[in-house]
Design a protein around this ligand. Structure first.
Ligand code: INI
Length: 157
């Protein structure tokens, strides 16, 4: 007997999505947002169904994301920003606490919070990952749509 597989279905996507965007290194965040919004639009989410909340730095992402997750208004929350090692002696704290905070929310809520924060050694590496061909904003948006679909299927109300 075949196993019963549950996979993301990206046909007929709908509902509201939130982006938590980081002002630090904003020129990188801006590029990630363009790719994320473009991807959501491609899969049927109109821009009017996307809210974008700006926070000062990646360290502040978990607080804003947890409030948005608790609101229950969003299919998923996409966090976008860049923490660049060369720019901060406390890289490991900022990047680590951001990732750990997002994990904590995901462990405590059914609203998926997607980690679209670049963690790179240099500005050049961040620019590469927020480019026209390779863009983490695209990946993050796909992950958001996929997790929203999966949660729709596995969360029993
Ligand atoms: N925040 C970032 O998002 N990226 C960085 O590269 C960065 N650097 O380099 O320091 C950064 N720092 C700010 C931090 O996220 C907080 O906003 C700040 O510490 C206030 O809590």
């Amino acid at each position: 007997m075949p196993i019963n597989e549950i996979r993301a279905d990206l046909t007929g996507c709908q509902g509201r999505y939130a982006i938590v965007a980081v002002k630090f290194n904003q020129f990188i965040t801006d590029r990630l947002i363009i790719a994320a919004v473009d991807t959501l639009s491609t899969y049927g989410i109109p821009e009017t169904d996307i809210d974008c909340v700006w926070v000062p730095g990646a360290f502040e992402i978990p607080l804003a994301a947890s409030v948005l997750a608790e609101s229950g208004e969003y299919q998923a929350i996409i966090t976008l920003g860049a923490v660049i090692r060369g720019e901060t002696p406390h890289f490991d704290y900022v990047a680590g606490e951001c990732a750990a905070g997002i994990t904590r929310i995901n462990n405590n809520s059914y609203t998926p919070v997607i980690f679209g924060v670049l963690t790179t050694d240099t500005t050049e590496q961040a620019i590469e990952r927020a480019g026209g061909n390779t863009n983490k904003g695209y990946e993050a948006a796909i992950a958001a749509l996929e997790m929203a679909s999966i949660m729709d299927q596995i969360v029993k109300s």
